[in-house]
Design a protein around this ligand. Structure first.
Ligand SMILES: NC(=O)c1ccc[n+]([C@@H]2O[C@H](COP(=O)([O-])OP(=O)(O)OC[C@H]3O[C@@H](n4cnc5c(N)ncnc54)[C@H](O)[C@@H]3O)[C@@H](O)[C@H]2O)c1
Length: 333
């Protein structure tokens, strides 16, 4: 597939800059790596323990002289310090995703998402990194029923995963206040796109649906399918990372931003779009709702527009089409 990353979001010379992408063998991280490769970044280092990520996501980039892969665990503070050595900019994506996983194994989630996060934040500060952009999550909004979600107004977290992401935001703000360290947090809303995993017990809804449709199996829908999400194509999430690393807007740092498209679809509507892309008439199987899941989600993205210049290019429909073509190519018969 041709690269999706022709457009320039950084608008400065990055040929002498060094980048560390943690979780770079995963879904969003490998897309950020692809952008940096396409735009001639000086040096790109990837830190990933391959617990969820795959070497095949990055083998095309690893061949290049300016790309280095380190297999390491962010819960190991020494590995984080080593990875940050000589780095100008960090995009921190490494974490264990999934609300259900965090409910099943909270200590495992905490180790990667909280201990690992503080290790990375601290290592980046000590190494003199210029800016640290990190993945937070819309799960931070917890039980707040307000729509659309605005950054300053959150509810109580509904899962250990949500707690872990909120703790990331608190630590970042404390590092900004105490050390003047420049951080930006990105609250992603249901990101989807090429290289997202369809397998494993904690796969997300879009790759699961695509995989099922391609295998002509009926996918499972949790609950009545009327829950809604602000599904966000991965190119928009990459744009947000790059713009955050380079924004020169005063007061942009030390904050968190919603990263979404700004429209919502129910899971039933999503399934209908995918069926029409696949020319399929199959029905879904409905099962019990999942504990810890929020009912509706929709982002207000005005702050991201104002402070980091975020201007998402791909709507849900366009993103689904590109993603479905990628899945067909990768997994179709
Ligand atoms: N995909 C989404 O919809 C979404 C939504 C909200 C937030 N996020 C966050 O965005 C980030 C990227 O998510 P993704 O969807 O690309 O998931 P992913 O699982 O594809 O990527 C995460 C990567 O981190 C690596 N990793 C996990 N624990 C690690 C550890 N201890 N040390 C080193 N590497 C480790 C994994 O191997 C994987 O490659 C995560 O922080 C996730 O919580 C994602």
């Amino acid at each position: 597939m041709a690269t999706l990353y022709k457009k320039n979001y950084h608008q400065t010379d990055i040929s002498d800059s060094s980048f560390l992408i943690t979780g770079g063998a995963g879904f969003i991280g490998s897309n950020i790596v692809e952008y940096l490769v396409e735009h001639g970044a000086g040096k790109i280092r990837i830190l990933d323990d391959l617990s969820e990520g795959k070497r095949t996501n990055i083998d095309q980039f690893e061949k290049l002289d300016n790309v280095e892969f380190i297999q390491g665990d962010i819960s190991d503070a020494a590995a984080c310090l080593k990875a940050c050595d000589g780095i100008d900019y960090v995009s921190h994506q490494a974490a264990l995703g999934s609300v259900p996983r965090s409910i099943a194994t909270p200590l495992v989630t905490n180790n990667a998402n909280v201990t690992g996060f503080v290790n990375m934040l601290s290592a980046a500060k000590d190494a003199g990194v210029k800016r640290f952009v990190y993945a937070s999550s819309s799960s931070v909004y917890g039980d707040s029923p307000t729509l659309p979600k605005v950054e300053d107004s959150i509810g109580k977290p509904l899962s250990p995963y949500a707690v872990s992401k909120y703790i990331n935001e608190l630590y970042s703000s404390v590092f900004a206040v105490n050390y003047g360290f420049e951080t930006i947090g990105l609250r992603y809303f249901n990101v989807f796109g090429p290289r997202q995993k369809p397998d494993g017990p904690y796969a997300a809804v879009i790759p699961l649906f695509m995989d099922a449709i391609l295998k002509q199996e009926s996918p499972n829908i949790d609950g009545d399918g009327e829950q809604s999400r602000d599904f966000t194509f991965v190119v928009n999430a990459v744009e947000a990372n790059i713009r955050s690393l380079f924004t020169t807007v005063p007061e942009a740092t030390g904050k968190v931003y919603n990263i979404a498209f700004g429209e919502r679809r129910t899971v039933n509507q999503l399934f209908d779009v995918l069926k029409s892309l696949a020319n399929s008439t199959m029905d879904a199987s409905y099962r019990e709702p999942r504990p810890g899941d929020v009912r509706h989600s929709l982002a207000d993205i005005d702050n991201a527009r104002k402070f980091i210049g975020y201007s998402p290019e791909y709507d849900i429909q366009e993103g689904l089409k590109i993603t479905f073509d990628w899945f067909k190519n990768e997994f179709g018969s």
